[in-house]
Design a protein around this ligand. Structure first.
Ligand code: ZN
Ligand code: ZN
Length: 143
């Protein structure tokens, strides 16, 4: 059964025909801005398995990592849906965990870019923290 999710207004929906590859929080400054001050929470998938319907706006920029990152959002309600790395290709797509129909799908396994986090950021002491990224193909900048 596909993993599904949607934006706040419901005009953008997605179905994912694959199991998640991982999940993590990202405290880079870009994520703090799009997530209203906190980290983004992202579940990683093979991009080829993600099928999105509805009108998605995109915003591209070069991340601190040097990667070219694109963020997708609902053009109607503005909800952040995903980020993907355009260059280099082949990295997992990051689906914003809050848009999943089942937010229990996968809990974060690590926090990344914690050097950029504010002093009041709540960290789970049980999880590994990465000062920046990437330390592996699966632990990079969420963007
Ligand atoms: Zn929407
Ligand atoms: Zn980030």
């Amino acid at each position: 059964m596909a993993i599904t999710g949607q934006c706040l207004c419901g005009k953008v929906r997605y179905a994912i025909e694959a199991e998640p590859l991982g999940a993590r929080t990202c405290w880079c400054r870009d994520c703090q801005r799009i997530a209203s001050g906190s980290a983004t929470v992202n579940v990683l998938f093979d991009e080829a398995a993600v099928h999105i319907s509805g009108e998605v706006g995109t915003f591209g920029m070069i991340a601190d990592s040097g990667n070219q990152v694109e963020r997708g959002f609902c053009k109607s309600c503005g909800s952040q849906i995903y980020s993907r790395t355009v260059e280099p290709a082949g990295l997992p797509m990051r689906i914003r965990a809050g848009t999943l129909d089942d937010p229990e799908l996968m809990a974060p396994q690590a926090a990344i870019w914690v050097d950029s986090a504010p002093s009041w950021a709540p960290f789970d002491p049980a999880l590994p923290k990465y000062r920046q990224g990437p330390v592996s193909p699966l632990v990079g900048k969420e963007g």
